[in-house]
Design a protein. Structure first.
Length: 398
């Protein structure tokens, strides 16, 4: 593991009117360049011609010289170049079959952001100055940066609720592998309880969206009554809805951060189930509850924090019958609907809590995978690939 880990430190800031106008122009130019480059690459691909980042960079230089796109010279060139690099990464992921084909950015739905590299900003004595600006950003330093930190990139963004944020990417020497522990845990995700551990502990599901559901419904009804278009009343109603969504997302993210940090600190090996959440939310009866539980976000946090602190995360195949398999004798029960929360094994007579039993089985399967030397193979990142337990089974076949 590398000595230092790069982390992004995100802060709120409050721009002046001039800064807000400059950043809004930059967001628009970034979106325009990204869309034009995507269109050029799509057209070239139809002609069976490969276009890479260098070609689109040359196109950008030519676009700036035209009268129609001369306004691209009014903003910093670095965020525009970074947009082309992001497009190159999107195509790389597409050709590697990790994601779908890149989409065009839209003014209302796409994230408003611009990325600056070291040549386009200056960070000194706690002040951040961006290119094309005459004064530093008014940042609320809610937590200190690592001592002696030198940001390598700065990303400025504005969310749908109108909040401005700046993210500084820098090395954090405080992130180091934790002392090794003998503790291992199996984690079964759910809806009644967010997590059930193989130790028998059940972690409550806060249901953040449900707490603000009535307020959100009122705001959405008010938004639906406003006239469609770009009127001020509709914009205010839309921001109110976005602020409620942001409040829910902030609480959910804070809860998951605290929970995953605790699990990673307490356990050396963490075993989870390789669920396809994208397919599960297609169930209209459970989509809202599954989305509110944020299983995918929980897994992402668990994986990168485990990598930071020298822990191991093992993903067990999604078809492993963790709920129907008796953790005491190994007897496999018949089909078990979700309404069954406790069941008695027909082989040994043991009575199981469905979720605790699943956690114990996941732990046992994960430890078996760990002994065989397999690692985490999330199917959502390698479509068509096999998870660790399925690889182990296939290796035994003649």
């Amino acid at each position: 593991m590398a000595t230092h880990v790069k982390r992004a430190f995100k802060y709120r800031f409050y721009p002046t009117d001039a800064q807000a106008a400059e950043l809004s122009r930059t967001f628009g130019c970034v979106r325009k360049v990204y869309n034009m480059a995507l269109a050029a690459r799509t057209q070239a691909w139809a002609r069976q011609v490969r276009v890479n980042y260098n070609a689109t960079s040359a196109m950008l230089t030519a676009w700036k010289k035209t009268g129609e796109l001369a306004y691209l010279n009014e903003v910093s060139s670095v965020p525009l170049q970074q947009a082309l690099r992001h497009l190159q990464v999107a195509f790389t992921n597409f050709f590697a079959k990790r994601t779908g084909y890149p989409h065009f950015k839209t003014r209302k739905k796409s994230r408003k952001s611009a990325e600056y590299t070291t040549s386009a900003f200056r960070y000194r004595d706690g002040e951040l100055m961006l290119a094309k600006m005459s004064e530093p950003l008014d940042i609320v330093w809610s937590r200190p940066l690592p001592e002696g930190a030198k940001p390598s990139t700065v990303t400025v963004s504005q969310d749908a609720a109108g909040r401005w944020s700046v993210s500084l990417l820098c090395e954090d020497p405080a992130v180091k592998p934790l002392p090794a522990r003998d503790q291992a845990v199996g984690i079964d995700v759910g809806l009644d309880h967010l997590l059930t551990l193989s130790t028998g502990e059940k972690i409550v599901n806060p249901r953040h969206e449900r707490r603000d559901r009535e307020r959100l419904a009122r705001a959405q009804r008010k938004l639906s009554r406003t006239a469609r278009g770009d009127g001020a009343n509709r914009a205010r109603a839309r921001r109110k809805v976005a602020r409620i969504h942001a409040r829910i997302a902030d609480r959910r993210r804070d809860y998951l951060h605290k929970l995953t940090t605790r699990l990673v600190r307490e356990n050396q090996t963490l075993v989870i189930e390789d669920l396809t959440v994208r397919n599960m939310v297609r169930n209209r009866k459970m989509a809202r509850a599954i989305s509110d539980a944020a299983w995918s976000e929980f897994r992402s946090m668990l994986e990168y924090k485990a990598a930071w602190y020298g822990r191991e995360v093992i993903a067990v195949d999604r078809w492993f019958p963790s709920s129907r398999l008796c953790s005491n004798c190994g007897t496999l029960a018949e089909a078990m609907p979700l309404s069954v929360r406790t069941w008695t094994c027909g082989g040994c007579g043991a009575t199981h809590d469905r979720d605790v039993n699943a956690g114990k089985n996941l732990l046992a399967a994960g430890l078996a995978v760990s002994v065989c030397g397999a690692g985490v193979r999330p199917q959502r990142r390698t479509p068509g690939g096999q998870s660790a337990t399925k690889q182990k089974a296939s290796q035994r076949e003649p």
